[in-house]
Design a protein around this ligand. Structure first.
Ligand code: FEO
Ligand code: CA
Ligand code: CA
Ligand code: CA
Length: 593
């Protein structure tokens, strides 16, 4: 059954060895097996065409599972004995270079790409708790969220002039969601999804402070959607504000296929990785959010209204109105060792405060109205001096300890010419491997001051002396680089999935368990490794069932259609397919060994 697991978790395993970055396989520990649940192009509805490799069409794609599954969550359907579930998935982006033959016409490329984005809700079922889930074609809750799906704006910027376009002259709604990276499950059972790299979909005049700060330019976009839909070019008449419709936190009710998803303006607009909610001791809903860009910021939202247990209708309004803060970290170790190897007082730690941007519905930022602060949040935050971080990806509170974990994935620009140098919370110059911050709010979760320390300074200790594992012996950890998505198991261990390890430590990305408490704190154990070029997304850990799920995103993304570098997971008749995978104890009757 494997060695004892931290905190008595039933998920016992012997860590796998890291896997070389050229290997086109999914690897799990001894005694486990893995199963694909759903892959790019799998039909959600029986009237959809079967997937046709190399001949994908926009019409087919609309009724099939989208591309590049990122954030993934599974909720059990009540009264199903744990045998049925509803799964929510983000489709972050597309890799047209490996999806379609090179001679595909530009319009088809754009239309397939458009419809392979968005979100999916799909029902799952399993025969018993020892069997893998399968997805259910034509299930009642199945839904694809596409470029023409309507989204309602909520919050203070709803009806703002900054949101008015030709198609939505009142500024109260939009169509579509793009660049959906990570997300979170709310305590009331809805799903949050972060609109991250939306800037890449828009061509703009490119000359305003806002264009520059959000990374938008006058160049043709990579996917060319501006050639099939005028809203993707903000120089078109009536579409000046169309990029303002993206960069939000989206809330979806997966339990109601007729519901209108919402974009919450009160939570600000930036390159939202995701959002994770915890109910504070005083009843307010608190959401933690990262802006995933080198030198960008960490944010916190505190709802105006309080959570009411069992009142779902009320709770679904909590993210519509509240206070917005941005984080300032202060270290206490004095000067920082430039290599980041050793904090001067034995641990990287300090205190910090949440600087207000919006409080009680009023702007705290000089010269900016509430709707400006919410729509141009990066410009607002720049004015109040928050800490420039090494790319905050998932930011997730532990529901056991209430501590908050921040995955700073990497920042190779730190300390380079003209850029901010290291500070105690981002202690490395040229931080290629990333690190994980632990935040402990002082007073209540909804307050404005916190303590922090670094849980991990990532990397392969065999290759890099500047790693740190909260003092745990470096010889006994799995090498880990570029932490991205976070999850917790039922007993409060942290799980980290990575994106970028091939180019930093030479291993495929994977899924890792990290012990947080006791004398094993900082112990990192690798549980899974994904195929060549793939990122490990999603992770969901159901340790009581000894099972976990990952979304394998962009396998083989550096190939071309004719020269693929991955053929995972089918290896016959197709190139690579992004796939949601379940890992579970090997069932002897089906096992090869
Ligand atoms: Fe889409 Fe921040 O990774
Ligand atoms: Ca991510
Ligand atoms: Ca997560
Ligand atoms: Ca990433």
């Amino acid at each position: 059954k494997g060695p004892k697991a931290p905190n008595g978790s039933p998920l016992r395993f012997e860590a796998i060895d890291p896997v070389d970055y050229t290997v086109d396989e999914f690897t799990v520990p001894e005694g486990f097996e893995w199963h694909p649940i759903i892959k790019w192009g799998d039909k959600l509805f029986s009237d959809a065409p079967d997937f046709d490799w190399g001949a994908q069409t926009a019409e087919a794609q609309k009724r099939q599972f989208g591309y590049n599954n990122d954030y993934t969550e599974i909720q059990e359907i009540p009264d199903s004995d744990g045998l049925r579930a509803v799964m929510f998935v983000n489709h972050e982006y597309t890799n047209e270079n490996i999806m379609l033959p090179e001679d595909t016409d530009a319009e088809t490329v754009a239309e397939v790409g458009l419809n392979a984005h968005g979100l999916t809700v799909v029902e799952l079922q399993r025969e018993d708790h020892d069997s893998p889930y399968e997805y259910v074609v034509d299930a009642e809750l199945n839904r694809r969220f596409l470029a023409d799906t309507k989204y309602a704006f909520t919050g203070p910027a709803r009806f703002s002039d900054l949101l008015k376009t030709k198609d939505f002259p009142r500024g109260n709604a939009t169509h579509g969601t793009f660049g959906n990276c990570s997300g979170g499950l709310t305590p009331w059972g809805t799903q949050l999804s972060g609109e991250e790299n939306f800037n890449g979909y828009f061509r703009t005049a490119g000359d305003t402070d806002e264009d520059k700060r959000y990374g938008m330019s006058a160049k043709a976009t990579a996917r060319g959607w501006e050639n099939v839909d005028p809203r993707f070019d903000t120089t078109n008449d009536g579409y000046e504000n169309s990029a303002h419709h993206f960069g939000w936190i989206v809330e979806v009710d997966p339990w109601d296929p007729e519901s209108t998803p919402r974009k919450h303006t009160a939570m600000g607009r930036f390159k939202h990785e995701g959002a994770n909610v915890i109910i504070a001791e005083d009843g307010h809903a608190v959401a933690y959010m990262g802006d995933d860009e080198k030198f960008d910021y960490l944010y916190k939202f505190v709802s105006a209204k309080k959570y009411k247990e069992g009142n779902r209708k009320h709770n679904m309004t909590l993210l519509e109105e509240g206070d917005l803060y941005v984080a300032k970290f202060e270290g206490n170790s004095g000067t920082i060792n430039g290599s980041g190897a050793v904090p001067k007082d034995g641990s990287f730690d300090g205190t910090g405060r949440w600087i207000p941007l919006i409080v009680d519905g009023k702007s705290e930022v000089e010269g900016m109205d509430v709707d400006e602060v919410l729509v141009k949040t990066r410009l607002a935050a720049d004015k109040v001096g928050p800490t420039k971080m090494d790319r905050c990806e998932d930011v997730e509170p532990s529901l056991k300890s209430r501590k908050v974990y921040v995955a700073c994935t990497n920042n190779d620009g730190r300390g380079t010419e003209g850029k901010a140098g290291p500070d105690e919370v981002n202690p490395r110059t040229v931080n290629r491997d990333g690190h994980v911050v632990e935040i402990d709010e002082l007073g209540t979760q909804s307050g404005t001051s916190f303590a922090w320390n670094l849980l991990l300074v990532c990397g392969d200790p065999a290759q890099n002396t500047s790693t740190y594992f909260s003092g745990f012996p470096k010889k006994k950890v799995s090498p880990i680089s570029c932490p991205d998505n976070l999850a917790f198991d039922s007993v409060g261990n942290l799980w980290i999935s990575t994106d970028g390890a091939p180019s930093t430590i030479g291993f495929n990305d994977g899924l890792f368990r990290v012990t947080l408490e006791g004398n094993q704190r900082g112990k990192v154990e690798q549980f899974a490794s994904v195929p060549v070029d793939a990122e490990t997304c999603g992770p969901i850990v159901r340790d009581q069932d000894r099972t976990a799920f990952v979304s394998v995103q962009h396998p083989g993304e550096d190939g071309t259609f004719d020269e693929q570098v991955s053929y995972w997971p089918e290896f016959e008749g197709t190139g690579p397919k992004p796939t949601v995978v379940q890992i579970l104890p090997a069932r002897t009757e089906f096992s090869d060994v």
